[in-house]
Design a binder for this molecule. Structure first.
Ligand code: 13P
Ligand code: SF4
Length: 322
């Protein structure tokens, strides 16, 4: 768990008229790099130096020569960047940008789960806190989970956490039995199978593409399953002209930019309150907060040194194995 931070007070801080220009100037001044996940608002994606899925962002963070990393994503992603760069300043525009999936795996309970299963290798999805990473043997993301599990000797029992849907998907793809922590993402578990099927009936030419964090009833209908980057690449490479996209709709900004002639339809959620399934954590970051974070060089990502050191090895193993 991380400390919640007070929200920036915009009334007390004068914002420049041209935020894009001001952010670009700060980038030069600080020798900063802006890394953004596909689930960020489109204007943040447009000012970022690099946009990617969790694995690509971790790779970029591992190799950057910048002095300051501005992470436009959620807390566990910025934490991963800090673990890989202990001597650099890592900024997160809104420190309250957490993750329901990371929250669904409290460290004490996970330690007990692990203690009950001696001899198991712990593979943790990167969507977890640094404390969980510190208890893990290997980290994975949605783009390399199958590849990593396939490299583990067959007689080695495995604990997989915290996402039950990715865990189940990896078990199906690898034929491996694993002990799965029962965590989940509120965004990906909220897609409505019924409404997706209805959309497909209305748009028979559309392919359904889905992130493996979705539940099995949704994945069953998918023509293609993959990480955000994999979904983006598939939507460009496929000859189909329309796609029903079952992941956070922020990715549609890049899909549409790279293929303006194609149609991308966000998969609808179960609840009727809104038409989309935006991640409430990711969307806490705004262009204004990003500017203020760079100007004030805060909020900064920090963590206890013992956790930072223990979490590094499983992340490095992932980078070597993927
Ligand atoms: P990827 O970036 O691996 O596609 O994962 C998506 C996600 O849920 C990030 O929070
Ligand atoms: Fe976490 Fe889900 Fe948001 Fe990704 S989409 S950051 S897994 S809550």
């Amino acid at each position: 768990m991380f400390t919640t931070a007070p929200a920036p007070n915009f009334t007390q801080s004068r914002l420049p008229h041209d935020l894009f220009a001001a952010i670009n100037a700060l980038k030069q001044e600080l020798n900063a790099v802006i890394l953004a996940h596909y689930y960020q608002d489109s204007e943040i994606q447009d000012i970022a130096d690099f946009i990617g899925d969790s694995l690509e962002l971790a790779r970029k963070a591992a190799n950057t020569s910048a002095n300051v990393i501005v992470f436009a994503g959620v807390h566990f992603m910025a934490e991963t960047a800090k673990i890989l760069n202990p001597d650099k300043l890592v900024l997160l525009p809104d420190l309250n940008a957490g993750c329901s999936l990371a929250d669904s795996c409290p460290p004490e309970a996970f330690a007990a789960f692990k203690a009950d299963r001696p001899g198991h290798l712990v593979i943790s999805y990167i969507n977890c806190t640094a404390a969980i990473k510190a208890m893990s043997d290997i980290i994975c993301t949605s783009s390399n989970a199958v590849k990593i599990v396939n490299q583990i000797p067959e007689n080695q029992p495995i604990i997989f956490g915290p996402d039950r849907n990715l865990g189940r998907y990896v078990m199906e793809q690898t034929g491996r039995n694993m002990e799965i922590w029962q965590g989940a993402c509120i965004v990906h578990e909220n897609f409505s199978e019924k409404k997706i099927v209805q959309l497909k009936i209305e748009n028979p030419e559309a392919e359904i593409i889905a992130h493996p964090e979705c539940e099995p009833p949704v994945l069953r209908h998918a023509n293609y399953i993959g990480s955000t980057t994999a979904l983006l690449k598939y939507s460009q490479a496929s000859s189909s002209q329309a796609f029903i996209v079952a992941t956070e709709p922020g990715i549609i900004h890049q899909m549409q930019k790279q293929a303006p002639q194609k149609r991308f339809i966000p998969a609808p959620p179960n609840n009727n309150s809104c038409a989309c399934n935006e991640c409430p954590h990711m969307r806490l970051n705004t262009l204004e907060k990003l500017y203020l974070a760079m100007k004030n060089q805060t909020p900064e990502i920090t963590m206890p040194l013992n956790i930072q050191l223990a979490a590094l090895q499983p992340i490095q193993r992932m980078l070597e194995m993927s």
